[in-house]
Design a protein around this ligand. Structure first.
Ligand code: ZN
Length: 83
């Protein structure tokens, strides 16, 4: 599972909890993970989170921009495995 998938799942849980808490304090803000895999927080109210549809990014962060390049395929081929 990619970090962004985990972050989105955690954000969904925070959103559900925040929805209950916001009944008492509608203007409260909560920390959601930025989905670009930077593992930084974005502070949003429940309304702001709903407006962006869960697509949470810090300013200037987007998919692909800060993600590390995919590592090369280094799986050993048969025969090299126990060399
Ligand atoms: Zn980010």
């Amino acid at each position: 599972m990619q970090q962004s998938s985990i972050s989105r799942e955690v954000n969904d849980r925070v959103r559900r909890l925040a929805g209950e808490l916001s009944a008492w304090e509608p203007s409260a803000t909560y920390h959601f993970f930025c989905l670009c895999d930077c593992v930084e927080f974005v502070e949003l109210s429940v309304d702001e989170y709903d407006e962006c549809g869960g697509d949470v990014f810090k300013t200037g962060h987007r998919h692909g921009l800060t993600r590390r390049p995919r590592p090369p395929d280094v799986a050993p081929t048969a025969g090299q495995q126990y060399a």
